[in-house]
Design a protein around this ligand. Sequence first.
Ligand SMILES: [Zn+2]
Ligand SMILES: [Zn+2]
Length: 126
Amino acid sequence: MADYFSEMGWRELADELNSLNGEKLPPPASKASVEALIDEKITQDGHQCPVCLKDFLTGDVVKIMPCKHKFHPECLLPWLSKTNSCPLCRYELPTDDEDYEAWKKEKKRAKERETDIENLHNSMFS
Ligand SMILES: [Zn+2]
Ligand SMILES: [Zn+2]
């Protein structure tokens, strides 16, 4: 009976959920990074919120991501409490999740190593 849950394959289920996303789903944006987002008052028409697809109205106060994309605060903030990237271009805000930040650094290092090897290869064979 003790093994009932393990027999149900909870592990596999978790693995399956992870693989659905291709890789780890990024954690929420850090509180500090969300608080640091710039507010802007809309002064001219013609822009649309990419989340709810409604036009911004003159006088609306919107949130601007570091990637310059603008959103209604009520559209952006719930999103950033789930995951850390811009809904439009996937620009990533810092997170409070140490594991994720470490993983991201490791990924970047791996990429740099790849580039180093490539450069080495090029310098030897060109
Ligand atoms: Zn919106
Ligand atoms: Zn963006």
